[in-house]
Design a protein around this ligand. Structure first.
Ligand SMILES: *Cc1c(COP(=O)(O)O)cnc(C)c1O
Length: 457
């Protein structure tokens, strides 16, 4: 199994050939998602006592299984938050695997952690956080949010009277579902500020003032959103910062999707106040062109994260030794053994330089604005909101939710596009609308027109 022989060489060549073909394919098919029974009927049992052989297994994947996946980087995949990893980053993901580096502790991972830290230094610089701020790469925004919430909660519980209390977090109704999900993990309650608009200083202060004494006593953190996933709306980060400061609350900004836009001069001012956060989530696998999976959590004071996350164990003691000193990513988030998932981002940044990142993110914002104009110029379409970051919400006049759904499935079936409906509240009434989210700088104006044309009678 660990032999080096001709089969290994052939398998390696197959894999490299596949990788080259895939990353140079600019219009991969949108994929046809099949039911598990259908796939099983085509592929059969793949795990057997003797093995089916690498050639056969690879063939099944290449010719059948991968065709039942949606390529997230397709230029007309505008649903959810798409992704568009650079080719340099994808290739370096292969290198990351081939290098077999343990990414938890400097003692084993020094050179690789150095790469991650270079990329992290740039991320921190985008936020404008003060000297001493730093972070680590995580498996995604969910893990980053959880890591921050644990650090916040542990910091709050340093006050003895809080030790047996159940914590309370305030966030807005536009916050990502992972905030509520991770609050369950840390057994904290969530108080939602209901708003379709950015959460402002005034609204947040009112909500805090409206809490009864028992709840106010349990409140330890506010989560603001730096670009809602649904609509790209950014809370009043400066205002939230000042309320958190006044009330003595941990201030977390979830910029998993929007964080990439910190590099874009045209929208950077919208994030004013993010530099005051105690912690920030940014997903390089969303708008910084990294392959899955790669999130990041940044802390104003990393020592608070260290107190919360550092693991103890007799077999881990050596890592605390002077001879092993260096930055240990395991100490700042929830995971111990970890892939050096920041390395593809590092390689791509080092290869292309940060100006290219700026250009590629600006392109996503420009595409959203272009789509907005196209929509305004069509009689049967209307914008629900002005485009925000790279999100565009719009309605097809006269359609009900079933028509939106049918249209989505039809376009996917035809291999044309993946665009999905979402909900937006107008006058407190949830309405089904369509949503574009642009990430891929290779999406063209013609792609947008092609999609909009399918909305006309
Ligand atoms: C996508 C997203 C998350 C979750 O990130 P994952 O990488 O999917 O775990 C959290 N918050 C926001 C704002 C997001 O857009």
């Amino acid at each position: 199994m660990h032999n080096i022989d001709i089969d290994l060489v052939e398998m390696t060549l197959d894999v490299m050939k596949y990788a080259i073909n895939r990353i140079t394919n600019v219009s991969p098919s949108l994929g046809e998602i099949k039911k598990e029974e259908e796939l099983f009927a085509l592929v059969g049992e793949t795990i057997t006592p003797e093995g089916i052989g690498g050639e056969k297994a690879f063939e099944l994947f290449r010719d059948i299984l991968v065709k039942s996946t949606v390529p997230i980087d397709h230029p007309r995949h505008l649903a959810f938050v798409p992704a568009s990893p650079t080719r340099a980053a994808v290739m370096f993901d292969l290198v990351t695997s081939a290098s077999s580096i343990h990414g938890a502790y400097w003692m084993e991972g020094a050179g690789g952690i150095f790469c991650e830290n270079q990329a992290m230094k740039w991320l921190v610089s985008l936020t404008g956080m003060p000297e001493g701020a730093f972070g680590v790469f995580t498996s995604g925004g969910t893990a980053a949010n959880l890591s921050a919430m644990v650090a916040a909660r542990e910091n709050w519980r340093k006050t003895k009277s809080n030790i047996n209390k159940k914590g309370l977090i305030i966030t807005s109704s536009g916050a990502h579902s992972s905030i509520k999900a991770m609050a369950k993990v840390i057994d904290a309650d969530v108080h939602l500020v209901e708003t379709d608009q950015p959460m402002t200083k005034k609204v947040l202060q009112q909500e805090i003032d409206s809490l009864d004494d028992e709840k106010r006593d349990r409140l330890f953190a506010v989560v603001a959103t730096g670009g809602t996933t649904n609509a790209g709306i950014i809370d009043d980060l400066e205002g939230v910062a000042s309320v958190c400061h006044k009330e003595g609350l941990w201030y977390h900004v979830d910029a998993a999707y929007g964080g990439g836009a910190l590099v874009a001069d045209t929208v950077r001012h919208l994030f004013k106040g993010i530099e005051k956060a105690d912690s920030i989530t940014i997903d390089p696998h969303k708008w910084l062109f990294s392959p899955y999976d790669c999130g990041a959590i940044l802390y104003k004071d990393p020592s608070l994260a260290l107190e919360a996350h550092s693991q103890e164990g007799s077999y881990l003691d050596i890592f605390k030794d002077e001879g092993a000193s260096g930055f240990n990513p395991a100490d700042y988030q929830i995971q111990l053994t970890r892939r050096l998932r920041g390395m593809p981002l590092w390689f791509s940044l080092a290869t292309h330089g940060t100006e290219k990142y700026k250009w590629a993110v600006e392109r996503g914002i420009a595409l959203a604005n272009i789509a907005g104009e196209f929509i305004e110029n069509r009689a049967d379409l209307a914008l629900v909101n002005p485009p925000s970051l790279s999100c565009v919400l719009f309605r097809r006049k006269g359609w009900d939710s079933q028509q939106y759904k049918d249209w989505t499935y039809r376009n996917h079936r035809d291999g044309l596009a993946l665009v999905t409906p979402t909900l937006w509240k107008t006058d407190n009434e949830p309405e089904t609308v369509l949503r574009f989210c642009f990430i891929n700088p290779d999406t063209t104006e013609d792609d947008i027109t092609l999609i909009l044309d399918t909305l006309s009678d």
